[in-house]
Design a protein around this ligand. Structure first.
Ligand SMILES: Nc1ncnc2c1ncn2[C@@H]1O[C@H](COP(=O)(O)OP(=O)(O)OP(=O)(O)O)[C@@H](O)[C@H]1O
Length: 270
């Protein structure tokens, strides 16, 4: 019997306890996470922030089941992540990689259809129909489906990658720097799209971002990764008030005034 897509009511979408992540370097171990606890409830949009190299992307990859922890437990949608298997994870967790990661030799529609094609369970015509629905869901036109990735703007690449991440209707979406590298107009458009999709598809979202506009526009909660664990999590206003050098620099350093303006601007940021 196929496992249900959603965990039982009240069970977190993601629950991480006592996570330790290490990488082998010549002659020593490099510890990225230690005693890290983190959980995400259904419907939340949680932004992970932290200094460069603190292990935000690695954490997303672990939630996707692409990396094994040295210790600790990661449950995704109510089950140990290892049990999802690679194919299972793809159908339950959508991931938007930082640089889109499109296949350059495939058309837009082939890129979007790829995860379903790999499953080899549905007829091709049905798969392309589903891909066409997702193409339009992310605001692209049917004729864009025949284009090659090299013909696309940065904003379009992100949209195609998002359509591909959503092809299997996952209830959980992971976003790694969704607006990095986009000009302000494309970035605003993409944030508006993400906000609408979160609402319309009842998605749960975990996002890594350095961009304060994206962060305040979308987040219902922020989690701060520092000292190898989540040192603070809460609504934006609470996190900004937390006394820690990283939090101070990130929100209240040179960018602080902008952060305060954004807090006044966005009703979400409570
Ligand atoms: N496969 C790997 N082997 C060895 N070290 C790795 C591997 N993957 C990640 N690392 C290291 O783990 C640390 C955390 O990497 P990660 O990419 O998660 O950081 P990040 O918080 O996302 O950083 P940034 O904000 O700069 O993107 C880095 O020092 C990185 O070099």
């Amino acid at each position: 019997m196929a496992a249900p897509l959603l965990p039982a009511p009240g069970t977190p979408m993601v629950e991480i306890r006592g996570l330790r992540t290490e990488f082998e370097l010549p002659g020593r171990k490099f510890v990225v996470h230690d005693h890290l606890d983190f959980s995400v409830q259904r419907g939340e949009v949680v932004s992970l922030v932290g200094g460069s190299g603190t292990g935000k992307t690695v954490l997303l990859r672990q939630i996707l089941g692409l990396e094994r922890p040295a210790a600790g437990r990661i449950d995704v949608l109510g089950r140990p992540v290892a049990e999802l298997g690679q194919r299972g994870a793809a159908s339950r967790v959508g991931m938007l990689f930082q640089h889109g990661a499109l296949f350059s030799a495939f058309t837009v529609l082939e890129n979007i259809a790829f995860p379903l094609m790999e499953l080899r369970t549905l007829p091709k015509a049905l798969i392309y129909e589903a891909a066409m629905v997702k193409l339009q869901m992310v605001g692209l036109k049917p004729e864009d489906g025949a284009k090659m990735p090299s013909d696309l703007s940065g904003g379009m690449i992100k949209r195609v990658a998002l359509a591909r991440a959503l092809i299997m209707d996952p209830p959980l979406l992971l976003l790694d720097e969704p607006t990095a590298g986009l000009d302000p107009e494309s970035s605003d458009g993409f944030v508006t799209l993400l906000r609408a999709l979160h609402r319309d598809l009842a998605l749960t979202v975990i996002m890594v971002t350095h961009d304060l506009d994206t962060l305040f526009e979308l987040s219902t909660r922020i989690a701060v990764l520092a000292e190898r664990r989540i040192i603070m999590t809460g609504p934006p206003k609470q996190v900004i008030a937390f006394q820690h050098p990283f939090v101070h620099d990130f929100f209240l350093g040179p960018r602080g005034q902008r952060a305060m303006e954004l807090l006044r601007e966005y009703p979400f940021a409570v």
